[in-house]
Design a protein around this ligand. Structure first.
Ligand code: SF4
Length: 474
């Protein structure tokens, strides 16, 4: 089984401490438990209640209801709770979304909620569970030193390899804490790449909260360390390197680094990389209060120019950013959202290859804004819906423009034509939905709440509805 990297890391940590460990998919858990038994079943979750920013936004604009992430988590916990009636074991839930369960009372069959890093604390907790000791329901993992973090011992999905952990920028809304920033030594990274390559995974995905933090001190770009990292990875036989996150400020600080890594990884028109980049806001007031270090080494007043310059540098080197924005701070007015709209319009005026996703602010329980309320349609500034519409209209335009690149690998002209036609039709419908949301300040979303894809009649009704709107003129 090719598992996600975090599960492989837990497997490496527990194996190093002498625990017998299986990594199992939810479909096979009953079989393995009945055959092998276990003291503990650990579940790694990203979004157990469906309130992670992207899920929350999508469920909000489509009328609320349970997201699929929440549904799959609920089904897995129900399955484990049933198994617990016949087999004795404890359920431990960890991972980046475990914070959602801290104050939630619906899952009383979960014995332990594990928050934070596992290396130091998890083996001790497992030990206690095996000995039958009492332990608190919520456990917070201590931060390990880099030497305490073992490399994975089995391949990770998509060739994932962690290169940094933590982020020193300390944005208030982010659960990645400043005091935990570390870069992994190149030998450890290479050992993990080697494991993936040995199992036939030739792509490499560098896991990091900001690629340009690799090897850095005091937030300054370490050009030599990054060039060495990319060069040695390609030399090992990787077919390409991708990465999920990069920050705009260091891109502007070191354009030569972006050029160098793009050339080494061989990015071009048909091989682009689209990392998530925090665009967050156009309001200097919001920026100064909630994410002051995000703009470092520049001044908050330079945020707009910095974003424009960084996007030019990225696009010139085939990096097409997915910009995410956080909207809904308590003191954020329509005037602040107006500043965000102006920033997005600057991106649009330049015709950059970029996507923009304005997300509602979610108060993650491990952040400085944990006591803020969850976003609702009523609480969002009313101009949010204009920002959402402008951004999505541009996203659809850019995706349409990039269809020839996205379908570069498709040989048949007929198949290409069909894909292009379908995308065109579906996009027209999506654009219409966002226009309706803008005109009704989000209230149109309540009509979508009747969509149900969990049974045949709901599915047929939804297909009928999609066909109907696909013939509607925008
Ligand atoms: S820069 Fe990104 S990863 Fe770092 S603290 Fe801010 S939001 Fe989190």
């Amino acid at each position: 089984m090719i598992a996600p990297y975090p599960l492989r890391k837990i497997e490496a940590i527990l194996s190093k401490e002498g625990f017998k460990t299986w990594v199992v998919s939810p479909e096979h858990i009953s079989q393995v438990l009945k055959r092998e038994g276990a003291y503990v079943v650990g579940v790694s979750t990203h979004d157990p209640l469906g309130i992670e920013p992207v899920s929350l936004k999508l469920s909000m604009i489509f009328g609320g209801g349970e997201t699929w992430t929440a549904k799959f988590f609920r089904e897995l916990i129900e399955k484990l709770s049933n198994l617990k009636k016949f087999i004795s074991f404890k359920i431990l839930v960890g991972g980046p979304g475990a914070w959602q369960l801290i104050n939630d009372s619906r899952y009383d069959s979960i014995d332990v909620i594990f928050i934070g890093e596992a290396e130091r604390t998890l083996p001790r907790i497992i030990e206690k569970i095996i000995s039958g000791d009492e332990i608190p329901r919520v456990i917070r993992g201590e931060t390990p030193s880099i030497e305490e973090i073992p490399p994975i011992i089995n391949p990770a999905r998509l060739g994932e390899v962690q290169i940094t952990r933590g982020c020193p920028r300390g944005c208030w809304f982010c659960s990645v804490t400043p005091e935990t920033f570390r870069s992994f030594p190149l030998e450890i990274i290479k050992r993990e790449i080697e494991i993936n390559l040995k199992h036939g995974i030739r792509r490499v995905e560098f896991l990091t909260d900001d690629l340009l933090l690799y090897g850095s001190e005091k937030l300054r770009v370490n050009h030599d360390a990054l060039v060495k990292l990319f060069t040695e990875t390609m030399r090992m036989g990787a077919e390409g390197i991708w990465f999920p996150h990069i920050s705009a400020a260091p891109v502007r600080e070191s354009p030569k680094t972006i050029k160098a890594i793009s050339e080494i990884a061989g990015y071009n028109r048909d091989r682009v990389v689209s990392p998530v980049v925090g665009l967050e806001t156009g309001s200097v007031k919001i920026l100064k209060k909630y994410m002051r270090a995000k703009v470092y080494p520049w001044r908050p007043e330079e945020w707009r120019d910095m974003i424009i310059d960084a996007t030019i540098i990225m696009n010139d080197n085939y990096i097409y950013p997915c910009y995410t924005m956080t909207i809904g701070y308590p003191e954020e007015t329509d005037q602040d959202v107006e500043e965000s709209i102006k920033l997005v319009e600057s991106i649009i005026d330049h015709g950059f290859k970029a996507w923009i996703f304005p997300l509602p602010l979610v108060p993650i329980a491990t952040t400085r804004i944990r006591d803020y309320p969850l976003p609702t349609i009523e609480r969002l500034p009313s101009r949010y819906w204009d920002l959402l519409y402008i951004s999505w209209r541009y996203n659809l335009r850019i995706t349409r423009e990039l269809i020839p690149n996205l379908t570069a690998g498709v040989k048949s002209r007929l198949v290409k034509k069909i894909i292009s036609h379908m995308i065109d039709k579906v996009f027209s419908s999506i654009e219409w939905i966002f226009k309706e949301l803008k005109e009704t300040k989000g209230l149109r979303s309540l009509e979508f709440s009747t969509i149900n894809l969990d049974n045949i009649s709901g599915l047929i009704r939804s297909i009928y509805w999609l066909i109907k709107i696909s013939f509607r003129r925008t």
